[in-house]
Design a protein around this ligand. Structure first.
Ligand code: SAH
Length: 345
């Protein structure tokens, strides 16, 4: 057996170590990594067949109280025009995405707690009137606020840990604390949310060992969903000069997450589609089972650029739904109309 085969077998037998993960993540070429991609594709097929769940996303506010170094809408960026969608606009977008086949609405924003009252009302209405599953991706809050949202009808919460490397986390998040973010995830789980977390791959100063540690953290947390994507520089942030990686390190990380959390929902993210034109197809082929078309009204999209060259900015409203069907097909899969609740229970 080769080293790769041995490590893969170890993972299958539940013997998952930092050394093993670091070894696999360090594999330099796609040819050498192929046995891992083959295995992750197989594991995905075993649990999800050719199904791809669709979760439409509405980026309803770009106001943010945080200054994360990588993010294009961080509060220090004065060049970005700030907006908040009205309650009516949010409901209209949710209703439209339902018509297009998405039974889940992902409500995402900068960290904008000043708008929670409106979001709470939106959650109630989307839950009661539209009978859709709701994912919130709005950052850190006190436990009482998370409780209010789940009572109003929210089902899922996406809060990426971003990195579990303490030093790197501190450098990138001047106003955040890694331990507090971890606590938020535990609180969300305890409250009964389907919890999603994730990281960016290729952050400045991020080592392969740090990604291996992130994966071990995922095993411990056992989330329903893990969203990852490549870090992409934004011209109006302190990390503007960082050179983007290619998609391969992100795909390796995705494949390993499929192996260590076989039943988790793994999206082919917009950032993957930005770093490579067929990035989302590639991700679906090797283990992703979710896609998140953009249902933010066209006039706001230019102002929700977390990174440069984000795709679908000038796209006609509603076109994303047709586009995701084509992406799934190109990966040999098909979109299913389902709320897509987690199998990882
Ligand atoms: N305010 C919310 C939502 C953040 S935006 C929160 O704190 O959870 C969603 C995700 O976009 C982030 O979690 C981050 O991982 C990703 N992101 C932000 N800036 C990025 C960049 N420059 N490149 C790639 N991904 C980025």
């Amino acid at each position: 057996m080769t080293g790769i085969e041995k490590t893969l077998k170890g993972i299958k037998d539940g013997n998952i170590t930092k050394d093993g993960l670091t070894f696999l993540l360090s594999i330099p070429t796609r040819e050498e990594f192929k046995p891992v991609f083959d295995e992750s594709a197989l594991v995905c097929r075993r649990h999800f067949g050719d199904k791809v769940y669709i979760r439409g996303i509405i980026e309803f506010s770009n106001y943010c109280r945080k200054s994360c170094l990588y993010c294009g809408i961080n509060k220090a960026n004065r060049k970005v025009g700030r907006y908040r969608m009205t309650l009516e606009e949010i409901l209209e977008a949710a209703s439209y995405m339902k018509k297009c086949g998405s039974l889940t609405a992902v409500l995402q924003s900068g960290e904008d707690p000043g708008y929670d009252k409106v979001v709470l009302e939106a959650v109630k209405r989307i839950h009661e009137d539209l009978n859709m599953a709701i994912t919130l991706s709005i950052g850190e809050r006190e436990p009482a606020v998370y409780r209010e949202f789940i009572k109003a009808g929210a089902d899922r919460y996406l809060l990426r840990i971003e990195t579990t490397d303490h030093d790197l986390f501190r450098r990138l998040h001047p106003d955040d604390d890694l331990e507090y973010r971890k606590k938020c995830l535990i609180t969300l789980k305890k409250l009964g949310y389907e919890v999603g977390t994730g990281i960016m791959v290729g952050l400045p100063g991020q080592s392969v060992g740090a990604i291996a540690d992130d994966l071990l953290y995922f095993i411990k947390l056992n989330p329903a969903m893990v969203g990852i994507g490549p870090f992409l520089a934004h011209q109006d942030t302190p990390l503007r000069n960082h050179k983007n990686t290619d998609i391969f390190p992100t795909l390796k990380t995705l494949a390993l997450i499929r192996l260590i959390l076989p039943k988790s929902n793994l999206p082919a993210t917009t950032a993957m589609g930005t770093i490579a034109p067929d990035g989302r197809q590639q991700a679906l082929k090797i283990g992703a089972n979710v896609i998140m078309p953009n249902f933010t009204p066209s006039k706001y999209r230019e102002s929700y650029k977390l990174y440069d060259n984000k795709i679908c900015i000038s796209e006609e409203y509603g076109k994303c739904a047709g586009c995701t069907t084509a992406i799934a097909k190109a990966a040999g899969k098909r979109i299913v109309k389902s709320k897509g609740y987690s199998k990882n229970t």
